[in-house]
Write a protein that binds this ligand. Structure first.
Ligand code: UD1
Ligand code: UDP
Length: 361
């Protein structure tokens, strides 16, 4: 079948979006044209360019360089730039990923210009509207034309909100990225040995959710709990967290080792060799499941509920005793099942984009 080439305007801006966009961009560019717009939400080399290099993601066609700021200022700063590019490029689609302010801005700009919007990772819900990400998800989903869901739960969440048109279950692009990079990471990254870590002898921790980091009491409790779990904890520190630790004078106990944020390949290698992963990251919860590493989630809710139901993930909130006990007692569950697709979500996403006009003339 001959497929008419499309032009897709992809919007990325934050670390997990570079990882999600890489497998899709590769498939998309085989037959179609992509304009890659980086909002500049993340800008440190270790939060941005490093991922483009490691994942062979083509350099952005434009970087809006919006930088950091409060929600309104940051999201607002993205809108005129995205709008201008969309008007100039006249894409067939605006493609957005996940739940960040860059996702929200891309979806809003597209919807207002009547350019079809496709949302990858549609339908996720934590049902906690205090999370900025939950607002971004709900709005992005409700202005999108094509809702590309990673799981059956996501499809059901949308149906509960009356959203059934344009919904496709495609699987999880982070699982695609994981499968494509796991072996490369194991071969190329020597980080576990470089840090002098014993494989399966340490806990890998990440903490960056605003509700944890911006509340010094919660941040202290997390560090205390991790430090009391009786194992060495390796903690690549997100810049938001680094700023909060320093401005609140919070320092970790002797068992917790802070390191700079690492690249994707280093992170996969650290995850693979960890005995337990403790995190408040959405992506890292899933990667723990993909790799069969028990996960302790430092939140009260999760949008990745299947990982909890499958017995791989414990939701413990930020009580230090609960955190320490959960890390101490974490055990691998039954062999993991393929809850996140088959590693070919990217192909299904590109198919959905290119066949949409046939179904919705
Ligand atoms: C954002 C997303 C979050 C996602 C996370 C991925 C929103 C509302 N939040 O959170 O959903 O899980 O990215 O990592 O979109 N900073 C730097 N250098 C950088 C980037 C950030 O120093 O390259 C610091 C700045 O002090 C900034 C702070 O980190 O104020 C927070 O950055 P921001 O992009 O606003 O939110 P994240 O916490 O990264
Ligand atoms: N990650 C990384 N280096 C780090 C921390 C995380 O490469 O130091 C990767 C991680 O493996 C996952 C993604 O970043 O693929 C998750 O992004 P993040 O935790 O920033 O955001 P979230 O998934 O919570 O939106």
């Amino acid at each position: 079948m001959i497929v008419a080439a499309m032009k897709v305007l992809t919007i990325v801006g934050a670390r997990p979006q570079f990882i999600k966009a890489a497998p899709v961009s590769r498939v998309l560019r085989l037959q179609h044209q992509e304009f890659l717009l980086h909002t500049g939400q993340h800008y440190d080399d270790a939060m941005s360019d490093l991922f483009f290099r490691q994942l062979n993601l083509p350099a952005p066609d434009l970087n809006l360089e919006v930088g950091s700021g409060r929600h309104g200022a940051q999201t607002g700063a993205m809108l005129p730039g995205i709008e201008e590019v969309a008007i100039e490029q006249k894409p067939d689609w605006i493609l957005v990923y996940g739940d960040t302010n860059s996702t929200l801005a891309g979806a809003l700009a597209g919807a207002k210009l009547h350019i079809p919007v496709a949302h990858v990772e549609a339908g996720l819900r934590s049902y906690d509207r205090r999370m900025p990400e939950e607002i971004n998800r709900v709005v992005a989903d409700h202005v999108s034309d094509l809702l590309l869901c990673p799981t059956d739960t996501a499809v059901a969440n949308l149906a509960r909100e009356g959203v059934t048109k344009g919904v496709r279950m495609v699987g999880d692009v982070m699982f695609d990225a994981f499968l494509q990079n796991r072996d490369v990471a194991a071969k190329s990254s020597g980080i576990v040995a470089e840090l002098g870590l014993e494989p399966k002898g340490y806990v890998l921790m990440t903490v960056h959710r605003a509700e944890n980091v911006d509340d010094p009491a919660r941040l202290r409790a997390i560090l205390k709990g991790a430090g009391e779990a009786g194992r060495e904890v390796v903690f690549p520190v997100h810049p938001r967290t680094a700023a909060a630790l320093s401005s609140n004078g919070v320092s970790p106990g002797p068992n917790v080792r802070l390191i700079d944020p690492v690249g994707y390949l280093e992170m996969l290698a650290l995850e693979d060799c960890a005995a337990v992963i403790a995190t408040d990251s959405g992506g890292v919860q899933k990667e723990a499941y993909f790799g069969g590493v028990p996960c302790v989630t430092l939140r009260d809710t999760t949008e990745w509920t299947e990982t909890v139901a499958a017995g791989w993930n414990q939701l413990v909130g930020t009580d230090s005793d609960r955190i320490a006990a959960a890390i101490r007692n974490a055990r691998a569950a039954d062999p993991s099942r393929d809850l996140f697709g088959d590693g070919h979500a990217a192909e299904r996403i590109v198919d959905a984009l290119s066949s949409w006009r046939d179904v919705n003339p």
